[in-house]
Design a binder for this molecule. Structure first.
Ligand SMILES: C=C(O[C@@H]1C=C(C(=O)O)C=C[C@H]1O)C(=O)O
Length: 386
């Protein structure tokens, strides 16, 4: 609402204008300070680059946040305010440090060939390896006639093609890699591709699963799952390299990883898909849903809507990848149907009893999640511009 609609006399207007000028001045000083901080961070990036230190320094961050929070407190500033500001700045730091490149852990590797290198994840890894000084070659669908020449002298072959064709491609096309070449993949399931790689290639084998999409901007704090295959000492440098990019490695047995993915990926994406399908079939009026959104609903719509901005083939692959996901998804449907009977019977007490059962099962995580989501919801609200 324009200020003019309120009853403002000249004195108020003048006073406000003066104060707002002062605030503009403070914000401009903030900009100068930000410029100064970014320059310092770039210097840190250069030092880390030559020393081969990871881009993300959790201990430094924790110590810095604790000190600034304490100082804020003595100045009558909410500690959470400075923490929010610094965390946002640190995100910027990861991007800025990335620009100076990364230390190359293995200098005498030879080429890296990325099979499926024109896909988005392939391109992201190609960029990260290039920023770290490696010679990267992309091999895509139409390049197989050049494959033999490309594989010659390769130190790492990284497979990142759709799940549905991964195993077949490994078995058919990767039979002639140099013996000491590392064979790795980025597939979001691990048991079958690992078996295919171990069977086809006699040299070092490792399975990786980056737990993020290609639009992350930086690897800092992102998780990469590692499934060990064979000759771990030969690919140790690769894990070290990924850590330098800022990621956290989580080692897992392929079977255990795949089991978790039935819930983390297949079931989740499927229920998000159904949520969208339902909105579409019901011909929901998106404009009014958006208008009436609470922050949590806005976040939910964003989470559902973003699925449909991506490739249907990718999600079909993830959801169809494991037969056992069908069981996880069917169980969900059974629980939904059973909970619906509680609603149908009008048994409010039964609903509350079940609610409590789940609350107890979540334990300390429920209040922790409430706390975490509060911060997320506040940023959702911050993003509104009118
Ligand atoms: C700048 C650094 O790199 C990262 C960014 C930080 C920051 O912006 O303050 C702090 C720690 C690191 O995760 C550093 O290590 O000091």
């Amino acid at each position: 609402m324009p200020d003019g609609r309120f009853d403002m006399n000249e004195k108020t207007t003048a006073e406000l204008e003066k104060l707002r000028d002062l605030i503009d001045g403070v914000d401009q000083q903030l900009l100068l300070l930000l410029r100064k901080r970014l320059d310092l961070v770039a210097q840190v990036g250069a030092v880390k680059h030559s020393a081969g230190l990871p881009i993300y320094a959790p201990e430094r961050e924790a110590a810095m946040l604790a000190k600034r929070r304490a100082e804020a407190e003595t100045m009558g500033i909410q500690p959470q305010l400075i923490e929010d500001v610094l965390r946002r700045l640190m995100r910027e730091s990861y991007l800025n440090e990335k620009d100076v490149g990364f230390k190359q852990v293995k200098e005498d590797l030879g080429k890296i060939v990325i099979v499926g290198g024109k896909g988005q994840l392939g391109q992201l890894f190609a960029q990260m390896f290039s920023l770290s000084g490696y010679e990267v070659h992309l091999l895509d669908k139409d390049d197989w006639q050049r494959a033999a020449a490309m594989f010659e002298g390769a130190g790492l072959v990284l497979v990142t093609v759709p799940i549905a064709v991964t195993c077949e491609l490994i078995r058919d096309k990767l039979t002639q890699l140099p013996t000491d070449c590392i064979l790795a993949d980025l597939t979001s399931i691990k048991t079958a591709p690992m078996a295919a790689m171990l069977e086809t290639h006699q040299g070092p084998v490792v399975g990786l699963h980056p737990m993020f999409g290609p639009d992350v901007g930086s690897f800092a704090k992102q998780v990469v799952v590692v499934c060990h295959g064979r000759q771990a000492q030969a690919y140790d440098w690769l894990l070290e390299q990924i850590k330098i990019w800022g990621a956290r490695l989580v080692e897992a047995e392929a079977i255990k990883h795949d089991k978790a993915m039935q819930l983390v990926q297949a079931m989740r994406h499927f229920s998000t898909f159904v949520y969208g399908l339902n909105l579409c079939r019901e011909q929901a009026d998106m404009q009014s849903l958006l208008q009436f959104s609470s922050p949590i609903y806005r976040l939910e719509l964003a989470m559902v809507g973003r699925l449909f901005a991506q490739s249907p083939e990718l999600y079909a692959d993830i959801i169809f990848a494991q037969k056992d996901s069908l069981k996880a998804i069917s169980d969900y449907l059974a629980n939904y149907a059973e909970a619906l009977t509680v609603l149908e019977s009008g048994n409010r007490d039964e609903f509350i009893r079940r609610f409590r059962e789940v609350t107890q099962w979540f334990g300390d995580l429920a209040p922790q999640f409430q706390h975490e989501s509060r911060a997320m919801l506040q940023s959702v609200n911050d993003m509104k511009s009118h």
